[in-house]
Design a binder for this molecule. Structure first.
Ligand code: PAF
Length: 276
């Protein structure tokens, strides 16, 4: 496995191997990421992973500084997963000058996560476009735990006609249902045992819908209070259509329930897809 830090070195290495599949990450890798590598591996001769904590997608009061940097153990995991190239640029390599050109996603960037994290999806789309231009993969894998991110990037690729297939990957969960996330590491032992409630809330909403409930708002409010009654600060529990995360209109079949809530200092997100 080659660990590469500079852009010229990366270009030189990939010039010899244009058939590549790409998994962008911010490091602090867990089993959810490794699953992305497993999906990637059979799709190309060369699996490329980037590790870059992208300042542009963090708000001023978010966790950019305390985001865990765990390069050595990340590289060990990637080597075991059979990854071929790991690109670990520093900030100067990705942003050698102030990034004045940015990717401005559609209105999708302003709802749900975007409403709580202004500028977040602009930062994500900008760095991912840049990474795509450096790696030039034919496919890239993104986890559906970050559902809105996956949709923003899928739309970006379509609208800019990038020759890249975006492949969504199912969320990987701990045995108690908690979606794996780098941010789970911030939870205290007590918070960690409370955290699976977020998934249980989503399951309750899903079960209510499957049982025939049509008053989604009632289900959403019930979900919000299940969280609030147990010490969470919920931002949203909401049923949306999968195509664009807008509220569903009658007869919509492909839905997703999304939730975001703060437990102590940690903000967790999760979702479940539902076919009606
Ligand atoms: O999902 C992430 O880890 C990041 O948002 C990404 C896609 C690597 C962009 O920085």
């Amino acid at each position: 496995m080659d660990v590469i830090h500079s852009v010229p070195e990366l270009r030189e290495r990939l010039r010899r191997e244009p058939n590549n599949v790409f998994v962008p990450t911010m490091g602090n890798l867990h089993e959810g990421h490794i699953e992305l590598m497993r999906i990637a591996k059979p799709r190309a001769a060369c699996t490329v992973v980037s590790i870059f904590v992208n300042r542009l997608q963090f708000g001023p009061r978010e966790d950019y500084d305390r985001y865990p940097r765990t390069l050595q153990s990340d590289c060990d995991k990637l080597r075991d997963a059979g990854v071929d190239v790991v690109f670990v640029p520093d900030e100067k390599a990705i942003y050698p000058e102030p990034q004045t050109f940015v990717v401005e996603p559609s209105d999708l960037q302003n709802i749900l996560e975007g409403a709580h994290r202004p500028g977040h999806f602009r930062g994500v789309a900008t760095v991912v476009l840049k990474l795509f231009n450096l790696v030039m993969p034919h496919s890239a894998i993104f986890g559906k735990k970050d559902y809105q991110q996956y949709l923003v990037l899928r739309d970006m690729v379509r609208q800019f006609a990038l020759p890249i297939e975006i492949i969504p990957a199912d969320t990987v969960r701990a045995p108690d249902g908690l979606a794996l996330s780098s941010r789970n590491g911030y939870l205290s032992a007590e918070e960690r045992s409370e955290a699976p409630r977020l998934y249980r809330v989503l399951q309750e909403v899903r079960d209510g819908m499957k049982a025939g409930a049509h008053d989604y708002q009632r289900l959403e409010l019930h979900g919000m209070s299940m969280l609030a009654d147990n010490g969470w600060k919920p931002d949203y529990v909401t049923v949306r259509r999968r195509s664009d995360l807008r509220p569903p209109v009658n007869g919509e079949h492909e839905l997703v329930v999304l939730a975001a809530a703060r437990l102590g200092r940690t903000r967790l997100i999760d979702n479940i897809e539902i076919d009606r």
